[in-house]
Design a protein around this ligand. Structure first.
Ligand SMILES: NC(=O)c1ccc[n+]([C@@H]2O[C@H](COP(=O)([O-])OP(=O)(O)OC[C@H]3O[C@@H](n4cnc5c(N)ncnc54)[C@H](O)[C@@H]3O)[C@@H](O)[C@H]2O)c1
Length: 359
C-alpha cells in the first residue's frame, strides 16, 4: 500500500470531533467517554498543543484494544469528605475519568470553597491544561497534574527517576483573556522529542542526556537509552516531586517506577495518578473584584518595557488562546505528524481517513 506523503491538513473542529467519535465507537467505548475524550483532544488541538491533542487518540485506542484501558470500566469514588475525594479509575478511559474528576472537584468547591480530587489506577490524560481550564470557564481557579512513568533524570543521577509530570493552572480574568500555564516539568514533553524524531528535526542539547548523563542531541536512541532532564534543573525537579506527592503518594497510584509507560506495549496497567484542585473564587472575594485585579496584574505585565528585538509580551496561555481564535474561525491546521497519526488511527479501526481530510 502506498504511504501518503507527510502533509499538514486543515479540518474543522466539528469534522475532527466526528472522526474521533467514530473511531472510539468502533473501538467499543461508550458514548459519554467518547464525547468527553473527543472534547479533551479536539480542544487541545484548537489551542495548537498538537503534541497532546488528537495525535494521542491512536495510542489511547491501542491501549483499549490491548485491554490496558478498559472500555467497559467506570471510575468509583473510594473515599471522600466535604472538600476532597479519592477516585479509583479502574483503568477506564483516562481522559473521561479526568474530565469527570475535575468536575467533581468543582462541584465540591461550590460548597466548600476549595477542593482536592485525587485519582489512582489511571492512564494518559493528555494535556493537563484542558482540565484546569474547565475550572476557569466556571469562574474558578483550577490546578491539574498527573504523574508519568520515569523517563527523566534528576540532578546527580544518570538514569530515569521521575516522570515528566505535567502541571497546569488556569484563572479567569475580566476584560483580559483568561490565563493558563500548561507545562511538563521536564525540559520539554516527551511527545516533542517523538515529533522531532518523526519529522527528522534537530533538537537542542538541553532536552536529553545519554547513558553516562552527558547532554546529547541524538534522539535516535530515545526512549530506550537516552533520558529526559527536568526543566530549569533543580527547580523542575522539585516541582515534579510536588506532582508525584499529590498525584501518587496521596492518591494510592503507582509511585515512580510503579508506573508503567502507556506508550510501550507492556502487559501491566499504567497506574498513573491525577490530582485536581478547584478554588471557588467568589467565596473568597467577589468574582468581579478578582477579575478586575487579574486585569490589573495582566496589564501591568503587558506594559513592561520590551527587550531589544522583542515584538510583544505574552501572558501564560495567550499564545494558545490566540491560536484557538484562529482555529475556530478558519479550521485547525493539523501538522503532518498529527495527520499521519490520524491516518494510522483510521487504518487501525477500519475508518476511511480521506473522509476527514478531503472535506
Ligand atoms: N499527560 C502527560 O503524560 C504529559 C506529560 C508531559 C507533558 N504533557 C503536556 O504536554 C504539553 C506541552 O508541555 P511543554 O512543557 O512542552 O509546554 P511548553 O514548553 O510548550 O509550554 C507551554 C506553556 O507555556 C506558555 N508559554 C509559552 N511561551 C510563552 C511566552 N513567551 N510567554 C508566556 N507564556 C508562554 C504557554 O502559554 C503554555 O501555557 C502540555 O499540554 C502538557 O500538559 C502531558
Amino acid at each position: 500500500m502506498n504511504t501518503p506523503p507527510l502533509t499538514s491538513a486543515r479540518v474543522t473542529p466539528e469534522d475532527l470531533t466526528r472522526f474521533c467519535l467514530e473511531a472510539m465507537r468502533l473501538s467499543g467505548l461508550n458514548t459519554e467517554d467518547a464525547r468527553l475524550t473527543a472534547e479533551v483532544l479536539v480542544t487541545t488541538d484548537t489551542l495548537g498543543t498538537f503534541t497532546h491533542g488528537t495525535r494521542q487518540l491512536r495510542g489511547l485506542l491501542k491501549n483499549v484494544r490491548s485491554g490496558r484501558i478498559r472500555a467497559d470500566a467506570h471510575e468509583t469514588v473510594t473515599a471522600q469528605g466535604p472538600a476532597w475525594a479519592l477516585v479509583d479509575a479502574h483503568d477506564a478511559m483516562p481522559t473521561a475519568v479526568a474530565y469527570r474528576s475535575m468536575e467533581l472537584a468543582m462541584h465540591k468547591a461550590k460548597t466548600s470553597g476549595i477542593s482536592f480530587v485525587g485519582v489512582k489506577q489511571s492512564s494518559h490524560y493528555g494535556a493537563a491544561g484542558f482540565y484546569a481550564n474547565l475550572a476557569a470557564r466556571q469562574d474558578m481557579f483550577g490546578l491539574s497534574m498527573c504523574n508519568v512513568d520515569p523517563c527523566m533524570a534528576v540532578p546527580g543521577a544518570k538514569g530515569r527517576v521521575l516522570g515528566t509530570n505535567p502541571i497546569a493552572y488556569a484563572a479567569p480574568a475580566g476584560t483580559e483573556k483568561p490565563l493558563f500555564l500548561d507545562i511538563a516539568t521536564s525540559a520539554v514533553a516527551a511527545t516533542k522529542i517523538y515529533t522531532a524524531k518523526t519529522l527528522g528535526h534537530p533538537i537542542p542539547d538541553t532536552w536529553l542526556i545519554d547513558e553516562e548523563g552527558v547532554p546529547t542531541r541524538d534522539y535516535s536512541q530515545f526512549p530506550e537509552k537516552t533520558v529526559q532532564v527536568p526543566m530549569a534543573g533543580h527547580k523542575g525537579y522539585g516541582l515534579a516531586v510536588l506532582v508525584e506527592i499529590l498525584t501518587a503518594v496521596l492518591t494510592g497510584a503507582g509511585i515512580l517506577s510503579e508506573v508503567s509507560s502507556w506508550v510501550l506495549d507492556l502487559p501491566t496497567p499504567t497506574n498513573e495518578g491525577h490530582a485536581f484542585i478547584a478554588i471557588d473564587i467568589g467565596q473568597i472575594m467577589p468574582i468581579g473584584h478578582f477579575k478586575t485585579r487579574m486585569d490589573q496584574m495582566i496589564q501591568e505585565i503587558k506594559s513592561a518595557p520590551l527587550a531589544k528585538d522583542a515584538q510583544r509580551i505574552y501572558l501564560p496561555g495567550e499564545i494558545e488562546l490566540e491560536r484557538q481564535e484562529q482555529a475556530l474561525a478558519n479550521g485547525i491546521l493539523l501538522p503532518p505528524d498529527v495527520v499521519a497519526s490520524l491516518r494510522g488511527t483510521a487504518e487501525d479501526v477500519g475508518l476511511d481517513a480521506e473522509q476527514l481530510f478531503t472535506h
